[in-house]
Write a protein that binds this ligand. Structure first.
Ligand code: B16
Ligand code: MG
Length: 226
């Protein structure tokens, strides 16, 4: 079977906005007397804005303390802080190796997709100057279930006109790797503790086209076990 598409997560794979999400949530959480650290933040990666807030409230033992209206206000405050921090993003904010891997995937005539549940994804791609690198970006505003549900990856496959088993997904979050696997795609995890990924790479530096095509071939060669 031929590899037809590679579908990327955004936050933490294309650029390091995962850290900016953390700083904004930490500030809002602090205002309501909840402390979160980087370790807790791992559990927010790939999770939608409102679901992230619920997890933070639960973490602080305040699940029932805020009305829906108050929750919307808190999430809005977080987003304002986050969007303000995005002003510092430039094409130099791409993570190491990303520009090169996008170029090489395109040269190999494999389609490129984006599967981010962030409503700010279009702004971020604009700031990084790489909107044109993607053949299709799934629309986060149409997604009902955030990762680990496979919905966003399935939407990206559909938009690219490929079957999930013809595609590789790349993620930095455990929930994202689960979403890729649940979609029936091959998964690449960037970073630590992503034990369910088919291939784990320490950083985006190792995410090269030869590495991706070797990974694909290792599972589709007639002598492989799958
Ligand atoms: P926003 P991804 C996710 O993006 C982030 O990992 C997650 O931390 C964030 O809460 C979510 O987007 C929603 O983002 O508040 O900007 O709509 O990892 O799917 O690219
Ligand atoms: Mg991510």
């Amino acid at each position: 079977m031929t590899l037809k598409a590679i579908i990327f997560d955004l936050d933490g794979v294309i650029t390091d906005t995962a850290h900016l999400h953390f700083l904004a949530w930490r500030s809002v959480a602090r205002q309501i007397g909840i402390t979160i650290d980087e370790a807790f933040n791992e559990s927010l990666k790939g999770i939608s804005r409102m679901d992230s807030l619920q997890r933070i409230l639960q973490h602080g033992g305040k699940s029932a303390a805020y009305s829906d209206k108050e929750c919307l206000k808190l999430a809005g405050e977080k987003n304002d802080l986050y969007v303000r921090s995005l002003a510092g993003l430039t094409p130099d904010s791409l993570l190491p190796g990303i520009r090169e891997v996008l170029r090489d995937i395109r040269a190999a005539q494999v389609r490129i997709g984006l599967a981010s549940v962030s409503l700010n994804a279009p702004t971020i791609l604009d700031a990084l100057g790489i909107k044109g690198a993607f053949d299709f970006c799934a629309d986060a505003s149409r997604i009902l279930c955030s990762k680990p549900d496979p919905e966003i990856f399935l939407a990206a496959c559909q938009g690219l006109n490929v079957r999930p088993d013809e595609a590789i997904g790349v993620e930095d979050a455990a929930a994202g790797v689960e979403a890729i696997n649940a979609a029936g795609m091959m998964s690449v995890g960037i970073g630590n503790d992503l034990h369910h990924a088919g291939l784990i790479l320490p950083s985006t530096r190792e995410l090269t086209w030869p590495c991706l095509s070797d990974f694909w071939a290792s599972r589709h060669h007639p002598d492989s076990n799958r």
